[in-house]
Design a protein around this ligand. Structure first.
Ligand SMILES: [Cu+2]
Length: 327
């Protein structure tokens, strides 16, 4: 009897220590729609029993205009740098901001718990995408790095030291998101390059066997001189061209726009079904709803602009999207 009790107690202790060792640094709210987001990073323990003296968080691409919350007893350092591409934030172009935030000089005991808070905006992100907040804890003579990012299809629970992860929800689908574009549905934020702004970009879902698909977007030229959309390229297609659509001899015909599509100074050109469009040709794998298609568009003056296009099904159309190309 006495022996049994002792064994049970030992098992209970072992179970407790395993649970402690496996408590990861995590985000309080692991799902959010584009827009305002408060990242609360929870630090559950120190480094092998030692108190945590520094917490360093890498700000993921797509989380912009970040402001860290100061903590009493901790020094706060913000390292800023360029974003991978410019974003729109409250109507302004933003191309750089905080990339790394470090709280240091504290003493968070191993037995204690604390939270480190960032406030910012999720921009240029799409539903289903994951953002990872790589987090480093430094102690007197040790560290814990929460910096592992799951490979495609890998379960993050299989990782020893996963980076705190955030999954993006559909725009407007969650409470607290206020970043809906007017009429742009979930097409993401506008992307800018020089004087050119691109919004509401998407690609049409394809039927199996189709080799070509249209993509649509709104291009605004905020500059004082006309620019031209010349063409583009995509790893998903053999060729990307700018097309016009017109009726010739009662047949709807598409053809490349010669010399590129002019975007007048101060003007907006809408590429839409039945009109101008970007054509993906020689597509190996038909675009399916839920995919995103990367494309680089080329402008005469603004240069190259990288976009990732959500794929959408057009209701009641599709069948009639015969392709009258005359190559
Ligand atoms: Cu076309």
């Amino acid at each position: 009897m006495r022996h049994l009790l002792a064994t049970a107690a030992a098992c209970a202790l072992t179970a407790v220590s395993i649970v402690t060792a496996h408590a990861h640094a995590t985000l309080e709210k692991a799902e959010a729609a584009p827009g305002s987001y408060k990242a609360v990073i929870r630090i559950p323990h120190g480094c092998d029993g030692q108190p945590t003296e520094t917490v360093r968080v890498e700000v993921p691409e797509g989380y912009i205009g970040v402001k860290p919350q100061p903590k009493a007893g901790w020094d706060l350092v913000i390292e800023s740098g360029d974003y991978a591409h410019p974003y729109k934030l409250h109507g302004r172009d933003v191309s750089a901001g905080p990339r790394v935030v470090t709280w240091s000089g504290g003493a968070l005991q191993d037995a204690h718990y604390d939270e480190f808070v960032l406030s910012g905006t999720l921009a240029g992100v799409e539903a289903g995408q994951s953002l990872f907040f790589k987090t480093l804890q430094l102690c007197a003579d040790g560290k814990v790095a929460w910096d592992q990012v799951p490979a495609a299809g890998q379960d993050p629970h299989a990782l020893d030291h996963p980076a705190p992860g955030l999954t993006i929800l559909a725009a407007g689908g969650g409470q607290g998101g206020h970043a809906m574009n007017h009429g742009a549905a979930a097409a993401g934020d506008a992307v800018t390059a020089g004087d050119i702004e691109i919004a509401s970009a998407w690609a049409r879902a394809m039927l199996s066997g189709q080799k070509a698909a249209g993509a649509y977007l709104t291009v605004t030229n905020k500059g004082g001189a006309a620019d031209r959309l010349l063409g583009g390229s995509s790893p998903a297609a053999g060729k990307v061209e700018v097309h016009t659509m017109e009726v010739v001899d009662d047949v709807m015909t598409m053809r490349p726009v010669e010399g590129g599509l002019e975007i007048p100074a101060g003007g907006t050109v809408e590429l839409k079904p039945g009109s101008y469009h970007v054509m993906f040709m020689d597509v190996a794998k038909p675009f399916a709803e839920g995919d995103t298609v990367p494309v680089t568009l080329r402008f005469e003056k603004a240069g190259e602009v990288e976009l990732s296009l959500p794929v959408r099904v057009v209701k009641g159309a599709g069948q009639n999207h015969g392709h009258g190309h005359k190559d």
